[in-house]
Design a binder for this molecule. Structure first.
Ligand code: HEC
Length: 471
């Protein structure tokens, strides 16, 4: 597809062949790439007319993939709907407005569903949200009560926040008034949705790091107004935190435990209740994107799971789409899930910049997409990529990069001088296999959470890339 060539992303979408070989789904479902080469996409919203809106925090824009009128299982076109935004992440539409959760603001603009276009000016109805620290993304959703719900993750792995809005879900009127914290003790609830059968609000939450491979569970919480969900004092089902929970037994009675535990470090992000699917066994169900662990000794997650609500209120988790993680490699990281009113399901992957379309039964027969098979990218040799610099230039950039690495304490999380046990370690290696040099430079504009955003100018980002790239 031409787009890949223009955008030149280093991590390409897997080919149709690889998808067929690797991906597994429940009986009757099929998966195919819907759009590829989209860059660092995160969250989605599907309009009733079938236009798919996709946020891209790093490039500060929202893409619109045009509805598939010709029925070939692919969008009929794509365009940038809105740009110049501050790390846009969550999206929702209600009453003719498109709402966008930027990392420091909540904004809205008139959106015409029929034409799939925005009208008038973009207005920020909430400003001054903080996005420092690790969990800088924001997610917005319009509730059945007409309020806007907004989540903001913690600054850190485990700490007491200074800012009362961090590690919470907030709520605000669509005109921006009456902003207030709705629930707290939520470390990083990136995804939430309302159950269609009783309008209960459920949110995913990522458990903390550095307590071993298998603890604590990541969570699905049923969110209640003024509910306290434990972080940073209590993990999972009432376990006092070894760092900050000491002497906090008094909080145990008020902390609400999850209604479902995901495996530790699986990083559940987007959640979507299924409202339109015809597939049997999915009557009271939701899909959850497990982004996958970055700090477990063995990788875990990297799949989409389905949750099934039982008669007795318990929840069963099953694999829905697996294959992103192979024996040795990763070809994608599920980020968000959305469902169209015809029952087709869309899954975003922020690793390869792909959106997958999942169809059931008859719809699954729309076939697909040799056209869309992306080109295979030659492996990048870091030395060759760095040869654009003279030895002298490279040395200057390397030294500057190293100084920045120390100045910003990158080594606290990436090895080197590890200073505190509460900080996770992520080894940096094989970067040239996943990023072009230009992408590495761009990466620092909106790094994958929980990596914080640092105030680096372009030249500094370039210096860090040159310094780190050969690793
Ligand atoms: C608070 C901890 C923290 C700090 C400080 C931090 N990072 Fe990160 N960084 C992370 C985490 C966690 C990831 C992995 C996120 C993921 O992939 O899910 C990451 C990812 C990265 C990656 C991409 C790695 C890959 O394999 O894709 C690079 C490059 C990177 N960091 C460089 C830096 C640099 C340079 C600095 C300092 C300016 C820095 N980091 C500071 C936590 C941190």
């Amino acid at each position: 597809m031409l787009l890949n060539v223009i955008m030149g992303y280093g991590t390409e979408s897997p080919s149709t062949e690889i998808i067929e070989q690797r991906f597994a789904m429940p009986e009757g479902f099929s998966v195919s790439p819907y759009a590829v080469g989209l860059g660092k996409i995160r969250f989605m919203h599907m309009t009733e007319q079938g236009d798919l809106l996709v946020s891209r925090p790093r490039s500060g824009d929202i893409l619109l993939l045009e509805r598939d009128v010709n029925g070939d299982g692919l969008p009929d076109g794509q365009r940038i709907l809105l740009d110049g935004l501050i790390k846009p992440h969550g999206l929702d539409i209600a009453d003719g407005w498109l709402y966008v959760a930027e990392s420091t603001a909540l904004g809205k603009i008139r959106f015409n569903q029929q034409t799939g276009s925005v009208e008038g000016d973009y207005q920020r109805i909430v400003e001054g949200l903080m996005d420092d620290g690790g969990h800088w993304t924001k997610t917005v959703g319009v509730g059945p009560d007409g309020w806007l719900y907004l989540t903001s993750g913690s600054t850190c792995n485990v700490c007491e926040e200074q800012d009362p809005q961090r590690a919470t879900m907030m709520r605000v009127k669509p005109d921006g008034s009456e902003l207030a914290v709705y629930a707290n003790g939520l470390r990083n609830s990136v995804g939430f949705d309302w159950a269609p059968w009783d309008q209960s609000l459920y949110a995913t939450d990522n458990g903390r790091d550095q307590l071993g491979d298998d603890f604590p569970p990541c969570e699905l919480n049923k969110i209640e107004q003024n509910g306290f969900y434990g972080w940073p004092y209590i993990n999972g089902y009432g376990d006092l935190d070894p760092d900050l929970g000491v002497g906090k037994d008094n909080l145990l009675a008020s902390a609400i435990s999850p209604v479902h535990g995901f495996r530790a470090h699986n990083a559940p992000l987007g959640i979507q209740f299924l409202r339109y699917t015809k597939a049997p066994g999915f009557e009271k169900s939701a899909l959850v994107a497990l982004h996958g662990s970055w700090n477990r000794s063995e990788r875990d997650g990297y799949k989409v799971v389905s949750l099934h609500w039982q008669e007795d209120g318990s929840i069963i988790e099953k694999d829905f789409l697996t294959g992103f993680k192979g024996e040795v490699d990763v070809i994608g990281r599920p980020t968000d899930v959305t469902e169209a009113i015809d029952g087709t399901i869309y899954i975003s992957d922020d690793y390869s910049g792909t959106i997958y379309r999942v169809a059931y039964g008859e719809q699954a027969k729309v076939l697909l997409s040799d056209e869309i098979a992306p080109p295979v990218v030659a492996e990048v040799d870091p030395e060759q990529a760095l040869a654009i610099y003279s030895d002298e230039q490279r040395l200057v950039l390397q030294q500057q990069g190293e100084a920045l690495y120390q100045q910003y304490g990158c080594g606290n999380c990436h090895g080197g001088e590890r200073t505190t046990a509460m900080r996770p370690i992520k080894e940096l290696k094989g970067l040239a296999q996943r990023y072009t040099l230009a992408e590495m430079t761009d990466f620092f504009l909106a790094p994958t959470p929980p990596m914080p955003v640092f105030p680096l100018n372009e030249q500094q980002r370039e210096a860090l890339s040159v310094y780190l790239y050969p690793r």
